[in-house]
Design a protein around this ligand. Structure first.
Ligand code: PEP
Ligand code: MG
Length: 918
C-alpha cells in the first residue's frame, strides 16, 4: 500500500544547500524564501548561518486549530536542528558547546518591526558556561543571557500570553529601567560599560522580576524556549500593531507568517565584530552606489532601533552625523571587499535593489537577510530607468517597477528655495524622505492622530519611532526624529510611504513631559508651533514656509520613464481642465487632450464676479426675453473662455461640457447681491425673493440640472453652442487646429440628445454662414452618468459620436450614496470591510464596472468605432485606469497632476493585459 507523503512543514537551508527558494514566498515568507535562495542558489551560495523555516501553512493551521501544531512538526523541526548541529559542530542545549538560535517572523511582504524576534534562544544557567568557553568572554555571555530574558519575557511570557501590563508598563520597560538604574548608579554612558559581574547580577534580578510580575519562571529548558518562541511569532501575527499595519498596507490577514529559526552569529563579540544594514543602491535618491551603515560590537536590532547613530560602510554613505566615524571599508578592508562583492552578486541575481543585513563575528562575514529594498518614488524612477539602461532589466520590467502613485512624490511640493535663503536653519538631520512639509509640532503618535482628526497639519517629532507609532506617522505631514540613521524604523516606514522625513537630527533635544524641543541655537519650539522641513536636504526651519511645485521637466529619469511608458500604453490620457493655465500644465504632464472642460468653472474664484452676475440674472429670469438678455451678457465670457483653452490645446481634442450648474449653489443669499439683481432686472425685492424661493429643490443633485436645463430653456444651449462654434471658427481661420467636442451632461434617454442636437444643428448652420465656412470641426456626444443612460447606451449611441463616463454621478446614482455626504458612514463601511474601498475614489468594478462595460459594449453595437472615455475622478486612479484599459476605452481623463500617474498605470495595464492590435 502506498503511504501518503507527509506534508513538509519545515524547510532547511545552510551549507550551500536549501530545500526552498526565492519563488516560495507564499509558503516560506519573504525572509525565509530569500534565506533559502542566498544559501542554496548556485549563483549565490553566500555564507548564511544554517537554519530552517516553519511554513505559513503552520500559521494557518495554528489559528484554525486552537493554537496547536500539526503532529508531525516536532519531528521535522528536530531533524532540521540535527542538520544545523552537524554543520555548526555545536549542539542545542549542550553545556560545553551550545548552539544558540534566533527566532524571527517573516511574512510574504515585509512588515518592518511589526512582529516579534527572540535572540540567543538556548541559553540557560548551564549552557552559558559553554558560551563563555566558546567566546572567552564572560561579559558578552551574560549580556546575551540578559537580552534573551528580556526579549523572551516580553514577547513570549507577556505579549503572546495576552497579559495586559499593569498600568500600561510592560515587562520590557520594567527590565529596561533596571538596566538604566545600574548605568545611572555607575555613571555609565553605554550598555557596553557594564561589567560581567554587574550583568550577572542583572540576570538574577531580571529572573526575579519576571517571576514576580508574570508569576512564572523564565524557562531554562532550551526546547521550551524554542517552542515558546515559535508560538510567540505566530501569535504576534495577530498583535494589535501588526493588524494595524496590515490595514494601512492592505496586506490580507489570511496570509499568516512563517517562522525562521537560525544559528546565532554575534556582531557583539568584541571590536572585530559588527553588524549592519546596507542597500545595493541608495534608496533615498536611487543613485547606483553601495550604501549602508554598521555598528561595531552590536547586535542587529541596535541598528534598526536607532539607539546609536551608526557608522557608514563606505565614504559614499557618510553624512553629517556619521562623518566622524571610521567606515567599514577603512576598518576592515578585506571584509568590506567581500561584502561589496556579495551585494553586487545579489543585485545581479535578483535584478533589483536589495536591502541586506550582515554580521561580522570575530572577523567572519555572514549574510543574514536580503530582500527587495523599499525606496521612495524619486529613487524608484531613477533605479528603474538606470537598470534598464544598464541592460539589467527590460523596458517592461522598468515600467512595472514604479508604482503609479509613487510618481506623486516626484511632483511633491518642496520648500520654496527663495524662502530658504532668507531663513535660519535651526537643526540639521539626515534626509530620509524627500520633499518639503510644514506642520504644527506634536510629540506623540496619539496626539498626531488626534490633531489630524481635527484637520490640523502636524509634524510628528520623536526621539525615535517604533511600530506603535505607525498610525500617527501615517497621519502626520512629516516625521522628524532625533536619533537613528537612514535605516531606522522612521526612515524605513517614511520611505515606504513617500513621506517627508528627517532622522538622526541630534541638533534638537526633546523635552517630552514639558512638550517642547530645544534646537542647538537655543530656539525653543513648543507643541502646536509651526516648523518646516526640507526632507531632501535634512533641514529644519522655524515657522511656516511656502511650498512650491517641482519642475518635473528637469528630472531626466522621469522623462526616460515616460518615454518608455508612451511606447507601450494603448489608451489615451487626457486631463480635466477649465483654464488655459490648467490646460498648459496638462500638456506639460503629457495630456493628449482635454476630456472634461466644465463650463461652470468661470463662475468660481478670481475674475468670476461679472460672469457670475450674468448667470444669476439668467437663473432668476422668468421670461425668455429676460433670460435671453442675461445670456447675451454671458455669451462673451463663455466664448472667450472656450477660445483661450481651444487655442492652448490646438491639435488636441477638447471636450466642452454644456452647463451643469447646481443651481442652488449660484443663487445669491446676501442682501446686497440680491438688491443689485433686483435693480438690474427691474423687479421688486419681494418678487425676486419669490423667484429665488421657487428655485429651491429638495434634491438638487437629482433636480433641474444638466440637460434638463437645456430642455427647459433651449436658449441656454443655443448660447453655449454658438460660443463654441464661433470660437472654433475664428481659431480655424487663424490657422489653429481647434477640435471641440460638445458634451451633453446628465442624460437619461436618447430623445434628450435628439432635442439638443436640433439646436446644435441650427446654430451650426448659422455660424457656418456667418463665417462663410463650409465646415466647422466638432463632435457631438454625451456623458454617461446615470444608470439608465448606461443601460440604454445602444440608443444613446445612435445620436452620440462619443461617450464619456461621468463616474462621479454614476457612482452616486447607482449606489444611492450622496457624493457630498458619504463621509458620515463610509469610514465604518471601510473598517468593517463591507466595502473594500471608497467607491468615489476607485471604481467599484463589480457593480459600477458592469454598467460601464455594458454601456461601452452596447454603444459599440450601434457604432463600432464609438469613442469612449471616462472623466469622473476615477480617471486618475491607477486601478480604475487599468480597468478602463481592460474594457476597451479609448482614453481616461483626470486632473492635470494625475496625468503622469494615469499614463504609467495605462502602460502597466497594456503590459498586464495587452490589447490585440487591430
Ligand atoms: C461625473 O459625474 O463623473 C462628472 C465628471 O461630472 P461632475 O463631477 O461635474 O458632476
Ligand atoms: Mg456629473
Amino acid at each position: 500500500m502506498a503511504t501518503k507523503k507527509a506534508i513538509k512543514y519545515v524547510y532547511f537551508f545552510g551549507g550551500g544547500k536549501a530545500d526552498g527558494n526565492e519563488s516560495m514566498k507564499n509558503l516560506l515568507g519573504g525572509k525565509g524564501a530569500n534565506l533559502a535562495e542566498m544559501a542554496g542558489h548556485p549563483a549565490l551560495r553566500l555564507p548564511v548561518p544554517p537554519g530552517f523555516t516553519v511554513t505559513t501553512d503552520v500559521c494557518t493551521y495554528y489559528y484554525a486549530n486552537k493554537r496547536t501544531y500539526p503532529k508531525i512538526l516536532t519531528a521535522q523541526v528536530n531533524a532540521s536542528l540535527a542538520k544545523m548541529e552537524q554543520l555548526t559542530g555545536k549542539k542545542f542545549g549542550d553545556v560545553n558547546n551550545p548552539l544558540l538560535l534566533s527566532v524571527r517572523s517573516g511574512a510574504r511582504k515585509s512588515m518592518p518591526g511589526m512582529m516579534e524576534t527572540i535572540l540567543n534562544v538556548g541559553l540557560n544557567e548551564q549552557t552559558i558556561k559553554g558560551l563563555i568557553a566558546q567566546s572567552g568572554d564572560e561579559r558578552f555571555a551574560y549580556d546575551a543571557y540578559r537580552r534573551l530574558i528580556m526579549m523572551y519575557a516580553d514577547v513570549v511570557m507577556e505579549k503572546a500570553a495576552g497579559i495586559e501590563p499593569k498600568g500600561g508598563k510592560g515587562i520590557r520597560k520594567v527590565l529596561d529601567e533596571q538596566l538604566e538604574h545600574i548605568k545611572k548608579q555607575y555613571d555609565y554612558k553605554s550598555d557596553t560599560d557594564l561589567t560581567a559581574d554587574q550583568l550577572k547580577e542583572l540576570v538574577k534580578s531580571y529572573k526575579k522580576t519576571v517571576r514576580k510580575i508574570l508569576g512564572k519562571e523564565f524557562p531554562d529548558d532550551p526546547a521550551e524556549q524554542l517552542w515558546g518562541g515559535i508560538g510567540a511569532v505566530f501569535a504576534s501575527w495577530n498583535g494589535k500593531r501588526a493588524i494595524e499595519y496590515r490595514r494601512i498596507e492592505k496586506i490580507p490577514h489570511e496570509w499568516g507568517t512563517a517562522v525562521n529559526v537560525q544559528a546565532m552569529v554575534f556582531g557583539n563579540m568584541g571590536d572585530d565584530s559588527c553588524t549592519g544594514v546596507a542597500f545595493t543602491r541608495n534608496p533615498g535618491n536611487g543613485e547606483n552606489q553601495f550604501y549602508g551603515e554598521y555598528l561595531v560590537n552590536a547586535q542587529g536590532e541596535d541598528v534598526v532601533a536607532g539607539i546609536r547613530t551608526p557608522a557608514p560602510v563606505n565614504e559614499y554613505s557618510m553624512n553629517e552625523q556619521s562623518k566622524h566615524y571610521t567606515s567599514l571599508e577603512k576598518l576592515m578592508p578585506a571584509l568590506y571587499k567581500e561584502l561589496y562583492s556579495y551585494q553586487k552578486r545579489l543585485e545581479k541575481h535578483y535584478k533589483d535593489m536589495q536591502d541586506i543585513e550582515f554580521t561580522i563575528e570575530k572577523g567572519k562575514l555572514y549574510m543574514l537577510q536580503c530582500r527587495v529594498g523599499k525606496r521612495n518614488g524619486v529613487a524608484a524612477v531613477r533605479m528603474a530607468t538606470e537598470m534598464y539602461k544598464e541592460r539589467l532589466i527590460d523596458a517592461k520590467t522598468a515600467i512595472m517597477r514604479v508604482a503609479p502613485n509613487q510618481l506623486v512624490e516626484l511632483l511633491l511640493p518642496m520648500l520654496d528655495p527663495k524662502a530658504e535663503l532668507t531663513q535660519i536653519v535651526i537643526a540639521k538631520g539626515l534626509p530620509a524622505g524627500p520633499g518639503g512639509a510644514k506642520g504644527r509640532v506634536v510629540f506623540s503618535s496619539a496626539e498626531a492622530v488626534e490633531w489630524a482628526s481635527r484637520g490640523e497639519k502636524v509634524i510628528l517629532v520623536r526621539e525615535e519611532t517604533s511600530p506603535e507609532d505607525v498610525d500617527g506617522m501615517h497621519k502626520a505631514q512629516a516625521i522628524l526624529t532625533t536619533k537613528g540613521g537612514m535605516t531606522s524604523h522612521a526612515a524605513l516606514v517614511a520611505r515606504g510611504w513617500g513621506k517627508c522625513c528627517i532622522v538622526g537630527c541630534n541638533d534638537i533635544e526633546i523635552h517630552q513631559e514639558a512638550k517642547y524641543f530645544k534646537a542647538k541655537n537655543d530656539t525653543i519650539i513648543k507643541e502646536g508651533e509651526w516648523i518646516s522641513l526640507n526632507g531632501t536636504k535634512g533641514l529644519v526651519y522655524e515657522g511656516q514656509m511656502p511650498l512650491v511645485d517641482i519642475d518635473i521637466e528637469k528630472n531626466q529619469s522621469y522623462k526616460d520613464l515616460m518615454k518608455l511608458v508612451d511606447g507601450v500604453k494603448q489608451i489615451g490620457v487626457r486631463a480635466n481642465a477649465e483654464t488655459p493655465e490648467d490646460a498648459a500644465a496638462a500638456v506639460k504632464f503629457g495630456a493628449e487632450g482635454i476630456g472634461l472642460f466644465r463650463t461652470e468653472h468661470m463662475f468660481y474664484g478670481e475674475g468670476s464676479e461679472a460672469p457670475l452676475f450674468e448667470l444669476r440674472k439668467m437663473i432668476v429670469s422668468k421670461t425668455e426675453k429676460e433670460r435671453r438678455a442675461a445670456l447675451n451678457g454671458l455669451f462673451k465670457y463663455v466664448k472667450q473662455d472656450v477660445k483661450a483653452t481651444l487655442k492652448v490645446m490646438s491639435g488636441h481634442p477638447v471636450t466642452i461640457r454644456l452647463l451643469d450648474p447646481p443651481l442652488h449653489e449660484f443663487v445669491p443669499h446676501d442682501k446686497e447681491k440680491l438688491r443689485q439683481l433686483s435693480k438690474e432686472l427691474g423687479i421688486s425685492m419681494s418678487m425676486l425673493n419669490r423667484r429665488v424661493l421657487a428655485l429651491h429643490e429638495n434634491n438638487p443633485m437629482l433636480g433641474h440640472r444638466g440637460v434638463r436645463l437645456g430642455i427647459s430653456y433651449p436658449e441656454i444651449t443655443e448660447m453655449q453652442v454658438r460660443a463654441i462654434f464661433e470660437a472654433t471658427a475664428e481659431l480655424v481661420k487663424a490657422g489653429k487646429k481647434a477640435m471641440p467636442e460638445i458634451m451633453v451632461p446628465v442624460t437619461v434617454i436618447a430623445h434628450e440628445l435628439r432635442h439638443q442636437k436640433e439646436i446644435v444643428d441650427k446654430v451650426y448652420a448659422e455660424v457656418c454662414a456667418k463665417y462663410k465656412m463650409k465646415r466647422i470641426p466638432y463632435l457631438y456626444g454625451t456623458m454617461i452618468e446615470t444608470p439608465r443612460a448606461a443601460l440604454r447606451a445602444d440608443y444613446m449611441a445612435k445620436v452620440a459620436d462619443f461617450f464619456s463616463f461621468g463616474t462621479n454621478d454614476l457612482t452616486q446614482m447607482s449606489f444611492g450614496f450622496s457624493r457630498d455626504d458619504i463621509g458620515g458612514f463610509l469610514p465604518k463601511y471601510l473598517d468593517l470591510k463591507i466595502l473594500p474601498d471608497d467607491p468615489f475614489q476607485t471604481i467599484d468594478q463589480d457593480g459600477i464596472g458592469q454598467l460601464i462595460k455594458a454601456g461601452t459594449d452596447n454603444g459599440r453595437k450601434t457604432k463600432p468605432n464609438l469613442k469612449v472615455g471616462i472623466c469622473g475622478e476615477h480617471g486618475g486612479d491607477p486601478a480604475s485606469v487599468k480597468f478602463c484599459h481592460r474594457i476597451g476605452m479609448n482614453y481616461v481623463s483626470c486632473s492635470p497632476f494625475r496625468v503622469p500617474i494615469a499614463r504609467l498605470a495605462a502602460a502597466q495595464a497594456a503590459i498586464e493585459h495587452p490589447r490585440r492590435k487591430k
